[in-house]
Each structure stands twice: as structure tokens, then as C-alpha cells.
Ligand binder design. Structure first.
Ligand code: ADP
Ligand code: MG
Length: 451
């Protein structure tokens, strides 16, 4: 493995640990320029990157390198202004050899016109009961944009395929008719576009730039909650596209009715089309996904290894892919991947439910879900917006962690344990009778176990 290949493997791993935005900001134009004894020297384009990489990512890079080649003990970052743009894509694009497919770095192949990543297609999207409604709705929209379901609203936890699916719709429409203007925008970017348009008094120009769009795809729309000015502008953008039968596709980490601080008129717009969720794949589907990914990468792994990954990496599909990539990199270098080595390499990916759902995680997740601060859950108040989340937290401590009622009572300020029993019974009963609550509980649980 030469330095370029080594760095590509590291990059392929890094993209599973940090956000795409961070990734492209900090890792573009970086490369390994030397490897001597235990020290690897990485060139970076400027002082700013150097500072960030050495302060924030040093440990992660070192660990990743160390996993691939255990002789690596030290990193050095040196500034080397780049004359050639984007060293990474150039080398990766040259590298069309099939066996290196898993190391290809798609980030840089994003279509400039649509912002879509061509790797997200329907062909490589595995369908199971966990996502079949969302898939069917997405396909229907792709075949008949603007006319079937508008908007299409896809929601679900992190790493479960929302971005993949909504981009697949965009890619299909774009590939079948280059005349259609498709635009994918993360809601973060969208909001910052609105904010800067407001600041520079160029809202009209901003809206005009969106007017010709036939298909607008906004990812992670929950991000707009609480940002009132942006919501207002988005409402107008939404309406003007909608009135012209332009397709709008949205994704979110929760359904519209669970997005706090979302304007009612936007919520009712979001609910006016098709709402579909993606949830967690089961064991069989995880196995199918792994096999599909192997096929894509033209790679192979022993059956018992695949079985181990499918049975144990349950958090989400992104993690499943991360685990697979890690094993493939190892396999490429050392060739001798057996079950024992697999277990060792996947330690960070495998959790028992009790490792994930601890007291802190439950409190944190419930508070965040209801837009409260953690300490609010312990406020001795009868305000409805606090009482319900508090009861849910108590319910989950009992249900998921088997806490005793007196233990729950102690956590909540020594309340009489009958309060905890009451909370448990109440939520338990409502869970059986009230679909909205059941849905919320499912989403909260999904986050506890996948976040
Ligand atoms: P989300 O947007 O929900 O956080 P992503 O769409 O980014 O999740 O998916 C995370 C990773 O898992 C991506 O690499 C994606 O290609 C893959 N993935 C998700 N769902 C599927 C699926 N049903 N079939 C194949 N790959 C999937
Ligand atoms: Mg996403």
C-alpha cells in the first residue's frame, strides 16, 4: 500500500465519523507526504486546516491510521500550498480499478448543477419492511414529479437512508429528463442562504434563484424549527413552487407533528402530501444490505464474518457500512480476516442495549426530543409540556432499564414512588390507546438506541 492508498483508506473511514460538511472543509487537499518509521507526515493547504486537524482530528486520524498500520505512532501536519486543485479527486478518479472501488471517494463527484451525489440511486437502495412505504412513495414521486404526492416528507433516525432515498428521487428525475431542474439543498445551507439574503437585502434575488426549480429537495428540514424569519420565507418559497406543481421533497428526523417550534402553517403544508418513515432494518435485511454493498464494491468477505456484522451492528445503516468498510480495508492489506479478527476490529461498532440505553442517554434524549433542557425534566411543576416528558422519562427508565420505582423516584428528587408508578401506568396505557404517543415513544427509543 503506497501513501496515496493509505490516505484514501483513512479518508474512506473518516467520512463515517464526521459530517460531510466538516469532511470536505478539513480534508480537501490533504495528503500523506512521507512515512518514516513511526511518523506520518500529512500536508495541508493552510495554517487554518493545520490548526483544526492537529487540534480536533489528530486523535481520530491517528487511531484510523493505527488500525490500518499499527506501526504508526505519531502524526505531523505541514503546510503545503496546493498548486493543483483537489489532489484527492484527481487521484481517486484515476483509480478506476475495480478492486479499489471501496476506497473511491464519492464526495467529490457531486453534480454541480443539482448538488446530488450520483451514488445515491434506487438501484442500490435495499428495500425491506422497515422502509417500504417511503421507498414506494419516493418511486411514485420520481415517476411523476409534482403530480403524485406533494410534498413528499420522509422521516426517521440518523443513518437510516433518508438522504439516500430523497437523492435517489432527484437522480432518477434528473437522469430521465435533463430538462428538469433538480436542486438538493441541506436545510442548514438553505437557512444560511435565507439569513444572508436577509442581511444583504437580496431576498428577491434569492427567491428568483429558486423559481425555475422543478424539484426542490431539502434535507433535514427540522433544522428550520425555531428560526422564524427563515420559516416565513420558506413558507412563501414553498407556496410558489407548490402552486406551479413543482415537486418538493423533505426529510426530517421526526414527523411534522413532532417538530417543536414549527409554524402551524408550515406543519400543515408538510402534512398535506405524503408522510413516510424509515426505521431500523432487521437482521435479514442487514445481511442483504451488506451483500449489496459488497457487490457494489466488487469485494467479498467470509459468510460467518457477514453474519457477525449483521447480527451485531444494529445501530443504523451508516454504521453497518462503516463496519464493512473497516473490515474491507483490513482485508485488503492483511488478507486474513477471520471471525476473531472481525470481533476485535468491530469493538467500537458493537453495543449491547444496556451499553447504549443508560440513564443519561434516556434523560438527554427525552429532553432533546421535547426541546427542553435536561434540568427541566426535574422541575417540580405541573406544566403539561414538562409533565408529559417527565412521565415518559420515568416510563423509559422502567421499561428499558428495569429501574425499580423507588430508584426512579429517587432520581426525580425523592418523590414518593407512587408518582413513578402512576407515570409508568399512565404512559403505558396511553401507549396502547394513542397512536401519536406510540409514534413519539418509538422515535425516542430509536434515538436512544441509534444516536
Ligand atoms: P440519513 O440521511 O437517514 O442519516 P443516509 O441516507 O445518509 O442516512 O444513509 C447512511 C448510509 O447508509 C449511506 O451510505 C446510504 O447509502 C446507506 N443506506 C441507507 N439506507 C440504505 C438502504 N436502504 N440500502 C442501501 N444503503 C442504504
Ligand atoms: Mg441525511
Amino acid at each position: 500500500m503506497n501513501n496515496t492508498e493509505l490516505w484514501q483508506s483513512v479518508l474512506a473511514q473518516m467520512q463515517f465519523h464526521i459530517s460531510k460538511a466538516n469532511f470536505s472543509t478539513w480534508f480537501q487537499n490533504t495528503e500523506i507526504i512521507s512515512k518514516e518509521n513511526e511518523k506520518i507526515t500529512i500536508s495541508v493547504p493552510n495554517a487554518f486546516s493545520k490548526e483544526w486537524l492537529s487540534n480536533k482530528y489528530n486523535k481520530l486520524i491517528l487511531k484510523t491510521l493505527h488500525d490500518i498500520d499499527s506501526s504508526t505512532k505519531e502524526l505531523e501536519f505541514v503546510i503545503k500550498p496546493q498548486s493543483v486543485k483537489n489532489t484527492i479527486p484527481a487521484t481517486l478518479l484515476e483509480n478506476e480499478k475495480q478492486e479499489d472501488a471501496q476506497l473511491k471517494f464519492e464526495e467529490f463527484k457531486i453534480n454541480k448543477e443539482t448538488n446530488l451525489n450520483p451514488r445515491y440511486t434506487f438501484d442500490n437502495f435495499v428495500v425491506g419492511s422497515f422502509n417500504e412505504l417511503a421507498h414506494a412513495a419516493a418511486l411514485a414521486v420520481a415517476d411523476n414529479p409534482g403530480l403524485t404526492y406533494n410534498p413528499l416528507f420522509v422521516y426517521g433516525g440518523t443513518g437510516l437512508g433518508k438522504t439516500h432515498l430523497i437523492q435517489a428521487v432527484g437522480n432518477k428525475i434528473y437522469n430521465e429528463s435533463k430538462k428538469k431542474r433538480v436542486k438538493y439543498i441541506s436545510s442548514e445551507k438553505f437557512v444560511s442562504g435565507i439569513v444572508s439574503a436577509i442581511r444583504t437585502n437580496s431576498m428577491e434575488a434569492f427567491k428568483a434563484s429558486l423559481a425555475p426549480i422543478d424539484v426542490l429537495i431539502l434535507d433535514d428540514i427540522q433544522f428550520i424549527a425555531g428560526k422564524n424569519k427563515s420559516q416565513e420565507e420558506f413558507f412563501h418559497v414553498f407556496n410558489s413552487l407548490y402552486e406551479k406543481n413543482k415537486q418538493i421533497i423533505l426529510s426530517s428526523d421526526r414527523p411534522p407533528n413532532a417538530i417543536a417550534e414549527l409554524e402551524d402553517r408550515l406543519r400543515s403544508r408538510f402534512e398535506g402530501g405524503m408522510i413516510a418513515d424509515v426505521s431500523l432494518p432487521d437482521y435479514e435485511t442487514r445481511l442483504v444490505i451488506l451483500k449489496q454493498k459488497l457487490q457494489e464494491k466488487n469485494a467479498n468477505l467470509p459468510e460467518d464474518v457477514l453474519d457477525y456484522i449483521a447480527a451485531n451492528v444494529k445501530k443504523n445503516i451508516r454504521e453497518l457500512e462503516g463496519a464493512l468498510n473497516k473490515l474491507l480495508v483490513h482485508n485488503k492489506i492483511n488478507q486474513a480476516l477471520d471471525l476473531k479478527k472481525t470481533k476485535e476490529l468491530l469493538k467500537g461498532f458493537v453495543f449491547s442495549p444496556f451499553d447504549i440505553a443508560n440513564y443519561k442517554k434516556i434523560i438527554e434524549t427525552v429532553a432533546k426530543f421535547y426541546n427542553l433542557e435536561e434540568k427541566n425534566l426535574f422541575d417540580p411543576t405541573r406544566r403539561k409540556e414538562i409533565v408529559k416528558p417527565r412521565q415518559i422519562a420515568m416510563f423509559l427508565l422502567r421499561r428499558e432499564l428495569k429501574y425499580s420505582f423507588p430508584a426512579i423516584a429517587r432520581k426525580f428528587g425523592g418523590k414518593d414512588h407512587t408518582t413513578a408508578i402512576y407515570a409508568y401506568k399512565k404512559i403505558n396505557q396511553e401507549n396502547e390507546e394513542n397512536n401519536k404517543l406510540t409514534e413519539e415513544l418509538n422515535l425516542i427509543k430509536q434515538r436512544i438506541y441509534s444516536g
